[in-house]
Ligand binder design. Structure first.
Ligand code: FAD
Length: 495
């Protein structure tokens, strides 16, 4: 793949809100979603000189995506029910803030912080993303309360399918005087579409034998907000990833007993539970009509509720008619490096599909790659070569015995930083700093051994100091976003 050599010079010249001179092809681009991925995609597209500026469609009332806490959960305790947010009230980040932020817009505590902790509550992340949007003047690009309901190729004879244009259909729904006003569906044609719709909204449920006859209540973590409804109950929580760990402890504070069903060996993790009323078990064997939940080791409890902390499904309902990608057991494909459908690249792309890695910096790199591919600054391989790469990746997974649902899981140790380093190289951008890598790996290890306290106890202060020194070498003018003083941690754009 051809790399650019002039990207850095161009980008340095384009500091802040300026765009590149329009020497390269400029595209009219639609971005779907204004979460962390959509916001940084919009910034990178505009910086690349794509004009007019991208249009960002966002169905919520504000930007921030997942990080907009929504008190109202879905009416269907096991379904999405049109609710995007999956945050619970007590949620704090599961990564230290200095590792989580965009490389060129550090997530450091400042005077405007509402929660300066190293692992802050969700409100602080939303504040950070809103500040990012204001800092880069992105809010004017976002059409709020506007849901994309269809994306289809507009075919023109003799022109490549992707290049012929994309018709984006959308509906505006606005609350006015307490009434929901829905405008008629409208359509606009764009040269390219960047999909940033998030993938933590559509619940994935555990398949439990006998659950049909089991009399208790069930809930997916998507709809969990506070522990109060579980007061005095016996609760089974399925899953022990960050949400399962948090929610089981949240509930243990009010419930009679909490039993967590996990895939890993419970015996190894039992010592980590400081709650006297919280137990770890192997996965569930079956549920019975008398209210029993039976675990694979033969142990059983009579439970009042089951909480599924079992993850989410990818979904692109607005693409369904056109067969642009398919979703099979949480494999979205075919996608070259998780971003481009080979036959349609670079005219449609997907930002934010990988998980188990440091997300925000990866969103930025993917966005820069897309923006550069659309302008011609970065050359992609041929569709055939991209497809061969995808097939080789699938074969490799199969040879290792990994299920399809692992396709976008980049948390496998050997891959943790390979993907972002590769993207950085394509884009001609700097690789992620060493301190950030070390902090991230150490934080992930601490979650497993100290799930109760990993957010408040650590032993890598030296690295934190290094992170802050790096941030303080920056030069952003912060007055416009209210960062008058940053306790020595200035913010800058560095590449
Ligand atoms: C419980 C939980 C805890 C997490 N904790 C962390 C953490 O500690 N650290 C971390 O780095 N990450 C964490 N994450 C991951 C988090 O999802 C990412 O940090 C990031 O916010 C994802 O951004 P996104 O833009 O890809 O998706 P989202 O934030 O989901 O944004 C997608 C946006 O698209 C909009 N949208 C969707 N469909 C349409 C449509 N048809 N039309 C218009 N708009 C649409 C949505 O309204 C939404 O605003 C957590 C996730 C969850 C669920």
């Amino acid at each position: 793949m051809k790399k650019t050599t002039h990207a850095t010079t161009r980008e340095q010249a384009s500091r802040d809100l300026e765009t590149f001179p329009p020497q390269m092809p400029s595209r009219r681009v639609a971005v779907i979603g204004a979460g962390a991925a959509g916001l940084v995609a919009a910034r990178e597209l505009r910086r690349e000189g794509h004009a007019p500026a991208p249009v960002v469609f966002e169905r919520a009332v504000g930007v921030g995506g997942t990080w907009r806490y929504d008190d109202a959960a879905s009416a269907d305790p096991l379904g999405a029910g049109g609710v995007h947010g999956s945050l619970y009230a007590s949620l704090r980040t599961n990564l230290p803030r200095e590792s989580m932020g965009f490389l060129d817009f550090p997530f450091v505590a400042d005077e405007g912080s509402i929660d300066p902790r190293r692992f802050p509550g969700h409100q602080e992340v939303l504040r950070y993303l809103e500040t990012f949007a204001r800092r880069f003047d992105l809010l004017g690009l976002v059409r709020l309360q506007t849901e994309v309901v269809g994306v289809r190729r507009s075919r023109v004879d003799g022109v490549g399918a992707g290049a012929a244009g994309w018709t984006v259909s959308y509906c505006s729904r606005k609350l006015a005087g307490g009434e929901l006003q829905e405008e008629e569906e409208q359509s606009e044609v764009f040269d390219a579409v960047v999909v940033c719709n998030g993938h933590f909204a559509e619940p994935l449920l555990a398949d439990i034998a006998g659950i049909g006859g089991w009399p208790g209540k069930q809930l997916h973590s998507h709809s969990y907000r506070v522990p109060d409804p579980f007061h005095g109950q016996v609760v089974v929580v399925i899953g022990y990833h960050p949400s399962g760990m948090d929610i089981s402890r949240d509930i243990a504070g009010v419930a009679k007993e909490v039993h967590v069903a996990i895939r890993a060996a419970p015996a190894e993790m039992q010592s980590a539970t400081a709650h006297a009323n919280l137990w770890l078990h192997p996965m569930i064997e079956c549920a019975e009509e008398d209210g029993s939940v039976v675990f694979q080791d033969g142990s059983r409890v009579k439970a009042d509720s089951i909480v599924h902390c079992t993850g989410y499904k990818y979904g692109f309902p607005f693409l369904e008619e056109d067969g642009i990608v398919s979703v099979d057991n949480n494999r979205v494909g075919p996608l070259y490096k998780h971003v481009f459908p080979p036959q349609l690249a670079p005219h449609i792309s997907f930002i934010g599909l990988p998980f188990k890695l440091i997300l925000f910096p990866v969103f930025r790199l993917q966005s820069n790659w897309v923006a550069g591919a659309l302008s011609g600054r970065i050359e992609l391989p041929s569709p055939e070569e991209m497809m061969l790469d995808v097939m080789a990746f699938y074969s490799d997974m199969e040879a290792r015995g990994w299920p399809k649902r692992f396709t976008h899981n980049l948390g496998v140790e050997a891959w943790t930083f390979e993907y972002q380093d590769w993207l950085a190289e394509q884009c001609g951008l700097e690789k992620m700093e060493e301190w950030r890598r070390v902090i991230y790996v150490a934080a992930r290890a601490r979650v497993l051994v100290r799930p109760e306290s990993y957010r408040d106890e650590w032993d890598d202060d030296q690295l934190v100091a290094q992170a802050h020194i790096t941030s303080s070498t920056a030069t952003y003018g912060l007055a416009s976003v209210g960062f008058s003083s940053l306790r020595g941690h200035a913010i800058k754009e560095f590449r």
